[in-house]
Design a protein around this ligand. Structure first.
Ligand code: INI
Length: 158
């Protein structure tokens, strides 16, 4: 019979880092709040959440690397907001960000999840930061919880 390995959604006992870009802070504050609220509502302890602010999404990967190397967190949730309409280097910021955080996850061996809103315009960004299209910070927190628990389950497999 197939063995199914999946992570539960309990945040109890997990130490989280949240790395947040300050750029477009109107949205990113809602994303941080969504991530924290989701962790706590899933049984996590707010004392075990470290929130690290960086200037913008471009700086998120390096901060994730340093936080991962500090050994103080089990998973990192990234949050930011990159809006195409307000930058000429949208593709560069998004590309660097996605590549960078995946690289940190693979190199450091811990979940680094993507709660960065990438949007065509401010309206879309607001919709994805806690209004009608959900909250990307919250979604990324759920993914982080599941991934940490997935690896705990893997260790139990004989
Ligand atoms: N950073 C963002 O997080 N979102 C944006 O929409 C954005 N725009 O529009 O330029 C942005 N730029 C700043 C960038 O992330 C760096 O902080 C900056 O280039 C300094 O390295």
């Amino acid at each position: 019979m197939a063995q199914v390995i999946a992570g539960e959604l309990s945040a109890a006992g997990i130490r989280f880092g949240i790395v947040a870009g300050r750029f477009n802070s109107f949205m990113t504050e809602h994303l941080v709040a969504g991530a924290v609220d989701t962790i706590v509502r899933h049984g996590g302890n707010s004392d075990h959440i470290s929130i690290m602010y960086v200037p913008g999404s471009f700086e998120i990967p390096l901060a994730c690397r340093k936080l991962a190397q500090s050994g103080t967190v089990d998973a990192i949730v990234t949050v930011g907001a990159v809006i195409r309409g307000s930058t000429s280097h949208y593709e560069l910021v998004c590309g660097q960000l996605a590549r960078g955080i995946s690289q940190v996850a693979l190199d450091e061996g811990l979940p680094v999840t993507f709660g960065v809103v990438t949007a065509e315009n401010i309206e879309q960004a607001i919709e994805r930061s806690g209004s009608k299209a959900g909250n990307k910070g919250s979604e990324a927190a759920i993914a982080a919880i599941e991934m940490v628990n997935l690896f705990k389950e893997m260790k139990k497999v004989k």
